[in-house]
Design a protein around this ligand. Structure first.
Ligand code: UD1
Length: 415
Protein backbone atom coordinates (compact mmCIF):
# COMPACT_ATOMS: atom_id res chain seq x y z
CA UNK A 1 0.00 0.00 0.00
CA UNK A 2 1.22 3.54 -0.81
CA UNK A 3 2.77 5.75 1.88
CA UNK A 4 3.65 9.43 2.03
CA UNK A 5 7.15 10.18 3.30
CA UNK A 6 8.04 13.73 4.36
CA UNK A 7 11.30 15.27 5.57
CA UNK A 8 10.12 18.27 7.53
CA UNK A 9 11.49 21.75 8.07
CA UNK A 10 11.23 23.48 4.71
CA UNK A 11 9.24 26.72 4.38
CA UNK A 12 6.75 26.65 1.50
CA UNK A 13 6.93 29.34 -1.19
CA UNK A 14 5.20 29.86 -4.51
CA UNK A 15 1.88 29.52 -6.32
CA UNK A 16 -0.66 26.77 -5.93
CA UNK A 17 -3.78 26.29 -8.04
CA UNK A 18 -6.89 25.30 -6.09
CA UNK A 19 -8.85 22.37 -7.58
CA UNK A 20 -12.61 22.02 -7.98
CA UNK A 21 -14.47 21.20 -4.77
CA UNK A 22 -15.14 17.52 -4.13
CA UNK A 23 -18.16 18.31 -1.97
CA UNK A 24 -19.67 20.49 -4.71
CA UNK A 25 -18.86 18.09 -7.56
CA UNK A 26 -20.50 15.04 -5.92
CA UNK A 27 -24.05 16.48 -5.61
CA UNK A 28 -23.79 18.28 -8.96
CA UNK A 29 -22.89 15.01 -10.72
CA UNK A 30 -25.86 13.22 -9.10
CA UNK A 31 -28.14 16.07 -10.27
CA UNK A 32 -27.63 14.72 -13.82
CA UNK A 33 -29.96 11.86 -12.76
CA UNK A 34 -32.82 14.36 -12.76
CA UNK A 35 -32.89 14.79 -16.55
CA UNK A 36 -32.85 12.79 -19.79
CA UNK A 37 -30.75 15.52 -21.36
CA UNK A 38 -26.94 15.84 -21.39
CA UNK A 39 -25.28 17.83 -18.59
CA UNK A 40 -21.76 19.23 -18.96
CA UNK A 41 -19.75 20.10 -15.86
CA UNK A 42 -16.26 21.63 -15.79
CA UNK A 43 -13.56 21.94 -13.08
CA UNK A 44 -14.28 18.41 -11.83
CA UNK A 45 -11.34 17.30 -9.62
CA UNK A 46 -9.51 14.05 -10.31
CA UNK A 47 -10.25 12.14 -7.07
CA UNK A 48 -11.14 8.63 -5.96
CA UNK A 49 -14.53 9.82 -4.62
CA UNK A 50 -15.36 11.23 -8.06
CA UNK A 51 -14.47 7.87 -9.67
CA UNK A 52 -16.72 6.17 -7.11
CA UNK A 53 -19.70 8.37 -8.01
CA UNK A 54 -19.05 7.70 -11.74
CA UNK A 55 -19.12 3.96 -11.03
CA UNK A 56 -22.38 4.32 -9.14
CA UNK A 57 -23.98 6.44 -11.89
CA UNK A 58 -22.72 4.14 -14.68
CA UNK A 59 -24.25 1.15 -12.84
CA UNK A 60 -27.56 3.00 -13.13
CA UNK A 61 -27.21 3.38 -16.90
CA UNK A 62 -25.68 6.86 -17.09
CA UNK A 63 -23.25 7.56 -19.98
CA UNK A 64 -20.23 9.55 -18.75
CA UNK A 65 -17.49 10.97 -20.99
CA UNK A 66 -14.44 13.15 -20.31
CA UNK A 67 -12.17 14.20 -17.47
CA UNK A 68 -12.04 17.65 -15.92
CA UNK A 69 -14.91 18.65 -18.17
CA UNK A 70 -17.43 15.84 -18.10
CA UNK A 71 -20.59 15.09 -20.09
CA UNK A 72 -23.28 12.98 -18.41
CA UNK A 73 -26.29 11.58 -20.19
CA UNK A 74 -28.98 9.91 -18.11
CA UNK A 75 -31.36 9.33 -21.03
CA UNK A 76 -32.01 5.75 -19.93
CA UNK A 77 -31.77 4.96 -16.23
CA UNK A 78 -31.95 1.17 -16.04
CA UNK A 79 -31.22 0.51 -12.37
CA UNK A 80 -32.12 2.47 -9.22
CA UNK A 81 -29.83 0.68 -6.76
CA UNK A 82 -26.83 2.08 -4.85
CA UNK A 83 -25.11 -1.09 -3.60
CA UNK A 84 -23.43 -1.50 -0.21
CA UNK A 85 -19.96 -2.00 -1.76
CA UNK A 86 -19.96 1.52 -3.17
CA UNK A 87 -21.88 3.30 -0.39
CA UNK A 88 -19.57 1.90 2.29
CA UNK A 89 -16.54 3.47 0.58
CA UNK A 90 -18.27 6.82 0.13
CA UNK A 91 -21.17 8.03 2.28
CA UNK A 92 -22.00 10.79 -0.22
CA UNK A 93 -23.49 8.01 -2.43
CA UNK A 94 -26.67 8.78 -0.46
CA UNK A 95 -27.00 11.80 -2.81
CA UNK A 96 -28.58 9.58 -5.49
CA UNK A 97 -31.61 8.96 -3.25
CA UNK A 98 -33.47 12.25 -3.84
CA UNK A 99 -32.91 12.46 -7.62
CA UNK A 100 -33.87 8.79 -8.20
CA UNK A 101 -37.13 8.99 -6.24
CA UNK A 102 -38.00 12.29 -7.93
CA UNK A 103 -37.43 11.14 -11.51
CA UNK A 104 -37.79 7.34 -11.41
CA UNK A 105 -40.31 7.06 -8.57
CA UNK A 106 -38.09 4.63 -6.68
CA UNK A 107 -34.64 4.05 -5.19
CA UNK A 108 -32.86 1.32 -3.27
CA UNK A 109 -29.84 2.78 -1.50
CA UNK A 110 -27.65 1.01 1.03
CA UNK A 111 -27.58 2.60 4.48
CA UNK A 112 -24.11 4.10 4.89
CA UNK A 113 -23.49 2.79 8.43
CA UNK A 114 -20.87 4.27 10.75
CA UNK A 115 -17.63 5.89 9.72
CA UNK A 116 -14.40 6.98 11.36
CA UNK A 117 -15.81 10.34 12.43
CA UNK A 118 -19.02 9.20 14.06
CA UNK A 119 -22.40 7.55 13.56
CA UNK A 120 -23.52 10.00 10.84
CA UNK A 121 -27.11 8.85 10.38
CA UNK A 122 -29.30 9.75 7.37
CA UNK A 123 -32.59 9.90 9.32
CA UNK A 124 -33.19 13.52 8.29
CA UNK A 125 -32.96 12.65 4.57
CA UNK A 126 -35.50 9.85 5.10
CA UNK A 127 -37.89 11.91 7.23
CA UNK A 128 -37.93 14.72 4.65
CA UNK A 129 -38.74 12.30 1.80
CA UNK A 130 -41.56 10.84 3.92
CA UNK A 131 -42.86 14.39 4.53
CA UNK A 132 -42.98 14.71 0.73
CA UNK A 133 -45.20 11.64 0.48
CA UNK A 134 -42.63 8.92 -0.26
CA UNK A 135 -43.02 5.52 1.35
CA UNK A 136 -39.67 4.57 2.88
CA UNK A 137 -38.83 1.18 4.34
CA UNK A 138 -35.60 -0.26 5.63
CA UNK A 139 -34.85 -3.81 4.43
CA UNK A 140 -31.62 -5.79 4.84
CA UNK A 141 -29.52 -2.67 5.29
CA UNK A 142 -31.14 -0.82 2.39
CA UNK A 143 -33.39 2.26 2.22
CA UNK A 144 -36.24 1.40 -0.14
CA UNK A 145 -38.11 4.53 -1.18
CA UNK A 146 -41.06 4.84 -3.54
CA UNK A 147 -43.31 7.68 -4.68
CA UNK A 148 -45.43 7.95 -7.83
CA UNK A 149 -45.06 11.71 -7.52
CA UNK A 150 -43.41 13.56 -4.63
CA UNK A 151 -45.49 16.37 -3.14
CA UNK A 152 -44.23 19.76 -2.01
CA UNK A 153 -43.99 20.10 1.80
CA UNK A 154 -42.67 22.24 4.62
CA UNK A 155 -39.56 20.47 5.85
CA UNK A 156 -37.97 21.33 9.20
CA UNK A 157 -34.47 19.91 9.54
CA UNK A 158 -33.49 19.22 13.18
CA UNK A 159 -29.91 20.04 12.16
CA UNK A 160 -28.57 21.89 9.13
CA UNK A 161 -27.44 18.79 7.21
CA UNK A 162 -25.40 19.48 4.07
CA UNK A 163 -26.09 16.37 1.97
CA UNK A 164 -29.62 16.21 3.45
CA UNK A 165 -30.36 19.73 2.19
CA UNK A 166 -28.86 18.83 -1.21
CA UNK A 167 -30.79 15.55 -1.49
CA UNK A 168 -34.14 17.10 -0.68
CA UNK A 169 -33.53 20.23 -2.77
CA UNK A 170 -32.91 17.93 -5.77
CA UNK A 171 -35.97 15.79 -4.97
CA UNK A 172 -38.19 18.89 -4.68
CA UNK A 173 -37.26 20.19 -8.17
CA UNK A 174 -39.57 17.58 -9.76
CA UNK A 175 -42.21 17.43 -6.99
CA UNK A 176 -45.78 18.61 -7.34
CA UNK A 177 -46.10 22.03 -5.68
CA UNK A 178 -43.78 24.01 -3.46
CA UNK A 179 -41.30 22.69 -0.90
CA UNK A 180 -39.79 24.93 1.77
CA UNK A 181 -36.64 23.72 3.54
CA UNK A 182 -36.34 25.30 7.01
CA UNK A 183 -33.06 25.24 8.93
CA UNK A 184 -31.35 24.33 5.66
CA UNK A 185 -27.57 24.16 5.48
CA UNK A 186 -25.96 27.25 3.94
CA UNK A 187 -22.67 25.92 2.57
CA UNK A 188 -21.32 27.37 -0.74
CA UNK A 189 -21.60 23.86 -2.22
CA UNK A 190 -25.39 24.11 -1.78
CA UNK A 191 -25.43 27.40 -3.68
CA UNK A 192 -23.35 25.78 -6.46
CA UNK A 193 -25.87 22.92 -6.70
CA UNK A 194 -28.85 25.31 -6.68
CA UNK A 195 -27.25 27.32 -9.52
CA UNK A 196 -26.79 24.13 -11.54
CA UNK A 197 -30.39 23.06 -10.91
CA UNK A 198 -31.64 26.52 -11.89
CA UNK A 199 -29.60 26.20 -15.10
CA UNK A 200 -31.55 22.97 -15.75
CA UNK A 201 -34.84 24.86 -15.34
CA UNK A 202 -35.57 24.34 -11.63
CA UNK A 203 -37.28 27.06 -9.61
CA UNK A 204 -35.27 27.65 -6.44
CA UNK A 205 -34.81 30.68 -4.22
CA UNK A 206 -32.99 31.22 -0.94
CA UNK A 207 -30.00 28.85 -1.44
CA UNK A 208 -27.23 30.11 0.84
CA UNK A 209 -29.79 31.07 3.52
CA UNK A 210 -31.48 28.77 6.02
CA UNK A 211 -34.81 28.84 4.17
CA UNK A 212 -34.80 27.43 0.63
CA UNK A 213 -37.97 27.43 -1.49
CA UNK A 214 -38.32 25.07 -4.43
CA UNK A 215 -41.34 25.00 -6.76
CA UNK A 216 -41.53 21.75 -8.68
CA UNK A 217 -41.47 21.65 -12.49
CA UNK A 218 -42.48 18.75 -14.75
CA UNK A 219 -39.03 18.16 -16.24
CA UNK A 220 -35.48 19.49 -16.20
CA UNK A 221 -33.18 20.07 -19.17
CA UNK A 222 -29.53 20.25 -20.21
CA UNK A 223 -27.01 22.49 -18.45
CA UNK A 224 -23.37 23.58 -18.70
CA UNK A 225 -21.85 24.65 -15.40
CA UNK A 226 -18.59 24.85 -13.44
CA UNK A 227 -17.71 23.48 -10.02
CA UNK A 228 -16.61 26.04 -7.40
CA UNK A 229 -13.06 25.94 -5.99
CA UNK A 230 -12.40 23.65 -3.04
CA UNK A 231 -12.39 25.82 0.11
CA UNK A 232 -11.12 22.95 2.26
CA UNK A 233 -8.15 22.27 -0.01
CA UNK A 234 -7.47 26.05 -0.11
CA UNK A 235 -7.67 26.21 3.70
CA UNK A 236 -5.25 23.30 4.06
CA UNK A 237 -2.63 25.14 1.96
CA UNK A 238 -3.22 28.39 3.89
CA UNK A 239 -2.53 26.62 7.18
CA UNK A 240 0.56 25.01 5.62
CA UNK A 241 1.94 28.48 4.81
CA UNK A 242 1.44 29.57 8.42
CA UNK A 243 2.98 26.44 9.90
CA UNK A 244 6.09 26.35 7.72
CA UNK A 245 6.91 30.09 7.97
CA UNK A 246 6.19 30.32 4.25
CA UNK A 247 4.36 32.51 1.75
CA UNK A 248 1.91 31.06 -0.76
CA UNK A 249 -0.22 32.54 -3.53
CA UNK A 250 -3.44 30.60 -3.59
CA UNK A 251 -4.76 30.85 -7.14
CA UNK A 252 -8.38 30.37 -8.13
CA UNK A 253 -9.82 30.23 -4.62
CA UNK A 254 -12.94 32.15 -3.58
CA UNK A 255 -11.97 34.27 -0.53
CA UNK A 256 -15.64 34.80 0.42
CA UNK A 257 -15.98 31.08 1.14
CA UNK A 258 -13.01 31.27 3.51
CA UNK A 259 -14.06 34.18 5.78
CA UNK A 260 -14.16 32.23 9.07
CA UNK A 261 -10.74 30.69 8.41
CA UNK A 262 -9.15 33.94 7.20
CA UNK A 263 -10.25 35.73 10.38
CA UNK A 264 -8.94 32.94 12.55
CA UNK A 265 -5.60 32.75 10.75
CA UNK A 266 -5.14 36.52 11.03
CA UNK A 267 -5.63 36.15 14.80
CA UNK A 268 -2.75 33.65 14.80
CA UNK A 269 -0.52 36.35 13.30
CA UNK A 270 -0.69 35.45 9.60
CA UNK A 271 -1.07 38.06 6.87
CA UNK A 272 -3.68 37.30 4.23
CA UNK A 273 -4.28 39.71 1.36
CA UNK A 274 -6.39 39.48 -1.78
CA UNK A 275 -4.39 39.36 -5.02
CA UNK A 276 -5.64 39.39 -8.59
CA UNK A 277 -6.28 35.66 -8.89
CA UNK A 278 -6.89 34.69 -5.27
CA UNK A 279 -5.08 35.21 -1.97
CA UNK A 280 -1.53 35.84 -0.80
CA UNK A 281 -0.94 34.07 2.49
CA UNK A 282 2.13 34.71 4.68
CA UNK A 283 3.19 33.33 8.04
CA UNK A 284 3.58 35.62 11.05
CA UNK A 285 6.80 35.85 13.13
CA UNK A 286 5.13 34.00 15.98
CA UNK A 287 2.15 31.58 16.05
CA UNK A 288 -0.43 33.00 18.47
CA UNK A 289 -2.63 30.23 19.87
CA UNK A 290 -6.36 30.74 19.25
CA UNK A 291 -9.53 28.93 20.28
CA UNK A 292 -11.63 27.30 17.54
CA UNK A 293 -15.19 26.02 17.50
CA UNK A 294 -16.47 24.12 14.47
CA UNK A 295 -19.96 25.03 13.27
CA UNK A 296 -22.09 24.71 10.16
CA UNK A 297 -21.27 27.34 7.48
CA UNK A 298 -20.57 30.28 7.82
CA UNK A 299 -18.87 29.05 11.02
CA UNK A 300 -15.44 27.41 11.13
CA UNK A 301 -15.61 24.20 9.02
CA UNK A 302 -15.29 20.84 10.73
CA UNK A 303 -13.39 19.72 7.62
CA UNK A 304 -10.51 22.03 8.70
CA UNK A 305 -10.54 21.12 12.39
CA UNK A 306 -7.79 18.49 12.14
CA UNK A 307 -5.57 20.81 10.09
CA UNK A 308 -5.90 23.76 12.48
CA UNK A 309 -5.13 21.40 15.35
CA UNK A 310 -1.81 20.50 13.67
CA UNK A 311 -1.13 24.25 13.45
CA UNK A 312 -2.07 24.95 17.07
CA UNK A 313 0.11 22.08 18.24
CA UNK A 314 3.13 24.34 17.49
CA UNK A 315 1.42 27.53 18.77
CA UNK A 316 2.92 29.75 21.46
CA UNK A 317 0.24 29.06 24.09
CA UNK A 318 -2.99 27.21 24.83
CA UNK A 319 -5.76 26.54 22.32
CA UNK A 320 -9.17 24.98 22.93
CA UNK A 321 -10.62 23.33 19.83
CA UNK A 322 -14.31 22.43 20.19
CA UNK A 323 -15.85 20.04 17.66
CA UNK A 324 -19.61 20.55 17.58
CA UNK A 325 -20.56 19.01 14.20
CA UNK A 326 -19.37 15.41 14.59
CA UNK A 327 -19.13 13.51 17.86
CA UNK A 328 -15.96 11.54 17.23
CA UNK A 329 -13.69 13.60 15.05
CA UNK A 330 -10.47 13.49 17.09
CA UNK A 331 -8.89 10.35 15.63
CA UNK A 332 -5.88 12.42 14.52
CA UNK A 333 -5.08 13.46 18.11
CA UNK A 334 -3.26 10.26 19.09
CA UNK A 335 -1.19 10.40 15.89
CA UNK A 336 -0.23 14.05 16.52
CA UNK A 337 0.74 13.09 20.07
CA UNK A 338 3.06 10.41 18.68
CA UNK A 339 4.81 13.30 16.91
CA UNK A 340 5.25 15.16 20.20
CA UNK A 341 2.06 17.27 20.35
CA UNK A 342 0.60 18.01 23.80
CA UNK A 343 -3.16 17.49 23.51
CA UNK A 344 -5.84 16.45 26.01
CA UNK A 345 -9.38 15.58 24.92
CA UNK A 346 -12.17 16.66 27.25
CA UNK A 347 -15.60 15.75 25.94
CA UNK A 348 -16.09 17.44 22.58
CA UNK A 349 -13.01 19.66 22.96
CA UNK A 350 -9.29 19.22 22.52
CA UNK A 351 -6.97 21.27 24.69
CA UNK A 352 -3.79 21.89 22.77
CA UNK A 353 -0.65 23.21 24.51
CA UNK A 354 1.74 24.41 21.86
CA UNK A 355 5.17 22.73 21.80
CA UNK A 356 8.31 24.22 20.21
CA UNK A 357 8.91 21.22 17.92
CA UNK A 358 7.13 18.20 16.48
CA UNK A 359 9.20 15.13 15.65
CA UNK A 360 8.84 12.85 12.62
CA UNK A 361 7.20 9.48 13.28
CA UNK A 362 5.41 6.60 11.58
CA UNK A 363 1.74 7.53 11.53
CA UNK A 364 -1.50 6.20 10.17
CA UNK A 365 -4.25 8.23 8.48
CA UNK A 366 -7.73 7.47 9.84
CA UNK A 367 -9.90 9.64 7.61
CA UNK A 368 -9.61 12.19 4.84
CA UNK A 369 -8.98 15.37 6.83
CA UNK A 370 -6.90 13.55 9.47
CA UNK A 371 -4.54 12.59 6.62
CA UNK A 372 -4.13 16.25 5.69
CA UNK A 373 -3.43 17.11 9.33
CA UNK A 374 -0.61 14.55 9.45
CA UNK A 375 0.91 15.94 6.24
CA UNK A 376 0.91 19.43 7.79
CA UNK A 377 2.54 18.10 10.96
CA UNK A 378 5.11 16.22 8.87
CA UNK A 379 6.00 19.38 6.92
CA UNK A 380 7.24 21.10 10.11
CA UNK A 381 8.45 18.09 12.09
CA UNK A 382 12.12 17.49 12.75
CA UNK A 383 13.13 14.33 10.88
CA UNK A 384 11.08 11.99 8.72
CA UNK A 385 7.34 11.35 8.93
CA UNK A 386 5.69 8.38 7.24
CA UNK A 387 1.94 8.37 6.72
CA UNK A 388 0.26 5.08 5.83
CA UNK A 389 -3.34 4.37 4.73
CA UNK A 390 -3.23 7.35 2.41
CA UNK A 391 -6.12 6.05 0.31
CA UNK A 392 -8.16 8.40 2.49
CA UNK A 393 -6.13 11.30 1.10
CA UNK A 394 -6.69 10.30 -2.52
CA UNK A 395 -10.45 10.43 -1.91
CA UNK A 396 -10.37 14.19 -1.45
CA UNK A 397 -7.09 15.93 -2.36
CA UNK A 398 -5.98 16.16 -5.99
CA UNK A 399 -2.21 15.56 -6.47
CA UNK A 400 -1.50 16.78 -2.96
CA UNK A 401 2.12 15.61 -2.79
CA UNK A 402 2.85 17.16 -6.21
CA UNK A 403 1.34 20.47 -5.12
CA UNK A 404 3.33 20.53 -1.85
CA UNK A 405 6.48 19.44 -3.67
CA UNK A 406 6.12 22.32 -6.16
CA UNK A 407 6.03 24.68 -3.16
CA UNK A 408 9.38 23.34 -1.92
CA UNK A 409 8.35 20.54 0.45
CA UNK A 410 10.40 17.35 0.63
CA UNK A 411 7.46 14.98 0.22
CA UNK A 412 7.10 11.83 -1.83
CA UNK A 413 4.76 8.93 -2.37
CA UNK A 414 6.33 5.52 -1.85
CA UNK A 415 4.68 2.49 -3.44
C1 UD1 B 1 -21.00 17.02 4.57
C2 UD1 B 1 -19.65 16.99 3.90
C3 UD1 B 1 -18.57 16.69 4.93
C4 UD1 B 1 -18.64 17.68 6.08
C5 UD1 B 1 -20.05 17.76 6.65
C6 UD1 B 1 -20.22 18.87 7.67
C7 UD1 B 1 -20.19 16.25 1.66
C8 UD1 B 1 -20.12 15.16 0.65
N1 UD1 B 1 -19.68 15.97 2.86
O1 UD1 B 1 -21.24 15.72 5.12
O2 UD1 B 1 -17.29 16.79 4.28
O3 UD1 B 1 -17.76 17.29 7.10
O4 UD1 B 1 -21.00 18.01 5.60
O5 UD1 B 1 -19.84 20.09 7.14
O6 UD1 B 1 -20.63 17.34 1.38
N2 UD1 B 1 -27.03 14.28 10.84
C9 UD1 B 1 -28.04 13.58 11.44
N3 UD1 B 1 -29.01 13.01 10.63
C10 UD1 B 1 -28.98 13.13 9.27
C11 UD1 B 1 -27.94 13.88 8.67
C12 UD1 B 1 -26.98 14.45 9.49
O7 UD1 B 1 -28.10 13.44 12.66
O8 UD1 B 1 -29.87 12.59 8.60
C13 UD1 B 1 -25.97 14.91 11.68
C14 UD1 B 1 -24.59 14.32 11.44
O9 UD1 B 1 -24.36 13.16 12.18
C15 UD1 B 1 -23.70 15.47 11.87
C16 UD1 B 1 -24.51 16.71 11.45
O10 UD1 B 1 -25.84 16.25 11.29
O11 UD1 B 1 -23.55 15.47 13.26
C17 UD1 B 1 -24.07 17.35 10.16
O12 UD1 B 1 -23.89 16.35 9.19
P1 UD1 B 1 -24.13 16.61 7.63
O13 UD1 B 1 -24.13 18.08 7.35
O14 UD1 B 1 -25.29 15.83 7.17
O15 UD1 B 1 -22.80 15.98 6.99
P2 UD1 B 1 -22.72 15.30 5.58
O16 UD1 B 1 -23.70 15.93 4.67
O17 UD1 B 1 -22.68 13.83 5.71
Amino acid sequence: MDKIVISGGRPLYGDVQVSGAKNAALPVLTAALLTEKTCTFSNIPDLVDIKTIYKLLRNMGMQIEGEGTVELSGEKITDCVAPYDLVKTMRASILVLGPLVARMGQARVSLPGGCAIGARPVNLHIKALQDMGASVELHSGYIEAKADKLKGADIYFDLPTVTGTENIMMAATLAEGTTVLHNAAREPEIVNLADVLKGMGAKISGAGTDVITITGVTSLGAVEAAIIPDRIEAGTFMIAAGMTQGEINLLGCDPQHLDALINKLRDTGMTITPVEKGLKVSAGCKIHSVDVKTLPYPGFPTDLQAQIMAYMSIGSGLSVIAETVFENRFMHVSELMRMGADIVIQGGSAIVRGVPTLYGAQTMATDLRASACLILAGLVAQGTTEISRIYHLDRGYESIEKKFSALGADIRRVK
